[in-house]
Design a protein around this ligand. Structure first.
Ligand code: URA
Length: 194
């Protein structure tokens, strides 16, 4: 059931022309991982390599994400990784409000189908969208990263734990440390579900 719904949604994303990014992409990037994932990571938008390969977080930021997942014993296959915007903005600029508005219904559907127990927004765009969606007021990422927010949905409770975007850690060791600490919190959170 989940499989069929997700496959149909991915087909729609790959054919999408709801905003001008549809004309510019090489590949749309619906997301990857398990449709039964307890944990869902939501980044911002595909970059160059993601656009080339049609997969999320396969570039440099992706290597950081892989490393963080490994330190808490998670593989890409058991989580679900996606972005708010499914097509690459030119020159890797930030997605616009219009692009986010056009694309976010796909993310909303992915959340409804997967029914994760934890959502981890990566970076401020994703944090802003996800917190507002569940009725919370966003704050600067430096202030709320690693904090948890409990939301009640039609499919049950979901815990939101925003953290920094892995790309922010590329040349910034203190942020890399904060990310690592947040992932340790995530590990504790997940162990409380199993
Ligand atoms: N940055 C993102 O936000 N998402 C990706 O998929 C890759 C880099």
């Amino acid at each position: 059931m989940k499989e069929e719904l997700m496959r149909k949604l991915e087909e729609r994303i790959r054919a999408c022309q709801r905003c001008p990014l549809g004309q510019l992409r090489t590949n749309a990037v619906p997301g990857s991982g398990s449709y039964n994932a307890k944990v869902m990571f939501v980044g911002e938008a595909p970059g160059y390599w993601e656009d080339q390969e049609g997969l999320p977080f396969v570039g440099r930021a992706g290597k950081i994400l892989d490393g963080l997942l490994e330190t808490i014993g998670l593989s890409r296959e058991e989580v679900y990784i996606t972005n708010i915007v499914k097509c690459r903005p030119p020159e890797n600029r930030d997605p616009t409000e219009e692009e986010i508005r056009a694309c976010a219904p796909y993310l909303d559907s992915q959340i409804d189908i997967i029914r994760p127990k934890v959502i981890v927004p990566l970076g401020r765009h994703s944090m802003g969208y996800i917190l507002r969606k569940f009725g919370f007021e966003p704050e600067p990422i430096s202030k709320i990263h690693g904090k948890t927010f409990e939301a009640y949905t039609l499919f049950g409770k979901v815990v939101i734990m925003p953290t920094y975007h892995p790309a922010a850690a590329l040349y910034n060791p203190p942020i890399r440390e904060e990310l690592q600490k947040d992932f340790m919190k995530l590990r504790e959170l997940i162990s409380s579900f199993s």
